[in-house]
Write a protein that binds this ligand. Sequence first.
Ligand code: ADP
Ligand code: MG
Length: 381
Amino acid sequence: MTEAALGAAFTEVFGRAPEGGWAAPGRVNLIGEHTDYNDGFVMPFALPHTTRAAVARRDDGRLRLHSAATGIGAGGVVELDVARLAPGATEGWARYPAAVLWTLREAGHPVGGADIHYTSTVPVGGGLSSSAALQVVTALALTELYGVEPTRQELALLCQRSENVYVGAPVGVMDQIASACCTEGHALHLDVRSMAQRQVPFDLAAEGLRLLVVDTRVKHAHADGAYGELRAGCEAAAAALGLPALRDVAYGDLDAALAALPDDRLRRLTRHIVTENRRVEEVIALLDAGRTADIGPVLTAGHVSLRDDFRISCAELDVVVDTALAEGALGARMTGGGFGGSAIVLLEESAEERIGSAIDRALPQSRRFTTVPGPGAHRLG
Ligand code: ADP
Ligand code: MG
């Protein structure tokens, strides 16, 4: 949707002109899964798919929200009283933007009411972080309009806090950082403990490569509860080892750490996190050395670890990964939280049609697209 069309849609809903338009992308995580809440390393990049918001301030303390996303916001405009926002008090999709506004105000920022109309090209519920795109575009628009100037990192942390406290989901910070801080043509290496960021050039086309994103279009029902259990399990493993976080288990000390843990589940969770942090470092070293094709086996090893140790893959994700590899993909893995959502496949340009068609046949419900790293959140126009 063009900026003019976004503004026209806003006007149709709210009967006046917006003050501006903003966009924030969804993301895929190249490598580093479930490591963010273990103080570890992640490496997402922004998708060219974005959630866009047309926004105008209101001075009557009301927050009015409308979304064009299919099946969402079909109930029309959601109207909320800014002074009455409270954790747990908002239902449905509107809780994400409401949470952002509440959290900004809790942090002492002078942000008030607004009319907001959203459109999005990020698949919703596909593990590509449409929720973080929604949060980040809202936070960016409100802070710019109300003259608040947080850094991108502060903005992402506010969005994460809004999801933790207001929405009630114990998520890590990767998705919000990705949407707020990624840059075109790069994957973002984030050390979640220090919050140090490095933009790592990730130019697939230069090496005749492609990255396919395959949305399985399934999300198994237990996904949200399982996330909290996995996080609690990782924290229990770190506590049993007397460490602040599993990040603190050095790769060379993994066997000793496993021997010290009391049960198999904690051992599996620990092995995934420690080897996954190692895989992030391997991928960075390969990209820095200009050996992009060689990251394939590292991605695949990440999938095996998520499937067998962390146990968050599912039949549909495994079908995509197995089919891609059987057809000659360089590497493939599930990406995101697990139990459905999307997989990524690294392949040679010349193999794209063959591998893509094989995936279509193996999982007809899936939707796929080829992608490159796009820009982070920004103002339109
Ligand atoms: P993902 O982030 O993987 O797409 P989530 O379940 O975390 O999946 O987030 C999806 C939810 O976020 C939706 O159910 C809806 O509540 C909200 N959401 C995302 N994008 C939009 C949008 N464009 N308009 C309205 N709500 C949205
Ligand atoms: Mg999400």
